[in-house]
Design a binder for this molecule. Structure first.
Ligand code: ADP
Length: 383
């Protein structure tokens, strides 16, 4: 008899479905892929069709969904609200509760729910698990989670800091402890997840105590196309003086701001190239991005009191030596010293880039959200 040790991880986004098939027995990735342009020209019609495409891809690789070795399916779900603070075995009731959270994440949760429904139709017998982007931040103390607005209004509309990228922050903070040869309980880490979306978190002894994203993923760091922190007064000004609607302002701040809004490019590689050619807009975008990052490093240093490590992760964090260098430049007073040679080396694994004399370790730790989801899923499925 074969034991089922494989977990299919599904990440159903608004216009794409990413999948990865992981064998938990030895951690191997058996297959991965992406179905893009859902509902767009040249793509598949809808999420149901995208999931069927994933199933066909897997069958084509001899790894069909009907395999007895498949133990469970893990679904990334963006918003768990205050209801879901841990990975959760999916039932009809859980699906209904995730649906109730749609107003908190109108762009993300609907696609996640469709992915869950279709996967459950394909394999109704299989345990399926929802792993929430917000869950790792459920430990935030009230002082960090609460916005200082009228309490009754906040409670009525569920307005508080939820945080996102939780699977990445959880994985990277643990991997950073391992890199230092310590238990997560013994280290305080600032995790800087710098991808197209970007967020920072303060993790104290394995427990998340602060994070930069809020009610939505719009708050905090400067991102590829999102503004991050702005004065909320900007929104009223755009409405009253600019005549923009709520939807238009939403699109402006989420899709046409950040690096893209500042210089017309949201890819840090292009910004680096243009800076090399003396492009002033690219330079300013880089400087605004780095300035915000440094503010959060300072803020989270104060939140943690003692910082053992700063971990850079995701596309920009793992690959851009210049962003890392600028983010921690001249912070010797905080015990942070980079080793410029180590920092400049291009490598793929988790590694230290700080000087031997640095009190705070500076690390590059590649994130692995699929692995984190597979691990949570397998555990809940009884593996
Ligand atoms: P997502 O949030 O979409 O998962 P990623 O974590 O893959 O994003 O990060 C994507 C971003 O990483 C790109 O927009 C690009 O700016 C950046 N990036 C990727 N490779 C490099 C590189 N070699 N140097 C600088 N930035 C890079």
């Amino acid at each position: 008899m074969t034991t089922a040790t494989r977990v299919l991880v599904l990440n159903s986004g608004s216009s794409s479905v990413k999948y990865q098939l992981v064998d938990m027995a030895d951690g191997t990735r058996l297959a991965s892929g992406l179905v893009e342009r859902i509902g767009e020209e040249g793509g598949v019609a809808d999420h149901a069709e995208a999931l069927r495409q994933v199933a066909r891809d897997l069958t084509g690789k001899g790894l069909g969904l009907d395999s007895p070795e498949l133990a469970a399916v893990g679904h990334r779900v963006v918003h768990g609200g205050t209801r879901f603070t841990e990975p959760t075995l999916i039932t009809d009731e859980v699906v209904a509760e995730i649906e109730e959270l749609v107003p908190l994440a109108p762009l993300h949760n609907p696609a996640n729910i469709t992915g869950i429904k279709v996967a459950r139709e394909l394999r109704p017998d299989l345990p399926q698990v929802a792993v929430f982007d917000t869950a790792f931040h459920a430990t935030l103390p009230e002082a960090a989670a609460r916005y200082a607005i009228d309490a009754a209004t906040a409670d009525r509309y569920g307005i508080r800091r939820y945080g996102f990228h939780g699977t990445s922050h959880a994985y990277v903070s643990r991997a950073t402890a391992a890199l230092l040869g310590k238990e997560p309980a013994d280290v305080n880490v600032i995790v800087l997840h710098l991808g197209n979306g970007a967020s920072a978190s303060a993790v104290q002894g394995g427990v998340c105590v602060d994070t930069s994203m809020g009610l939505t993923p719009l708050e905090g760091l400067v991102m590829g196309t999102r503004s991050g922190d702005i004065d909320p007064g900007v929104v009223f000004h755009l409405e009253r003086v600019g005549g923009l609607s709520a939807d238009e302002i939403d699109t402006l701040l989420n899709k046409r701001s950040g690096l893209l809004g500042l210089c017309g490019a949201n890819d840090m590689r292009e910004i680096g190239r243009r800076m090399g050619e003396g492009d002033a807009d690219a330079r300013l975008a880089f400087d605004v991005y780095v300035h915000r990052l440094r503010r959060y490093i300072g803020a989270f240093t104060a939140v943690l009191g003692r910082v053992d490590a700063i971990a850079f992760t995701a596309g920009v964090g793992e690959n851009s030596a210049s962003v890392r260098a600028a983010a921690v430049r001249d912070l010797e007073a905080l015990g942070i010293e980079l080793d410029p040679v180590h920092n400049a080396v291009r490598a793929s694994g988790a590694r230290l880039v700080s000087a031997a004399s640095s009190r705070v370790a500076v690390a590059v730790v590649p994130t692995d959200e699929e692995w984190e989801i597979a691990r949570d899923t397998y555990r809940l499925a009884g593996g």
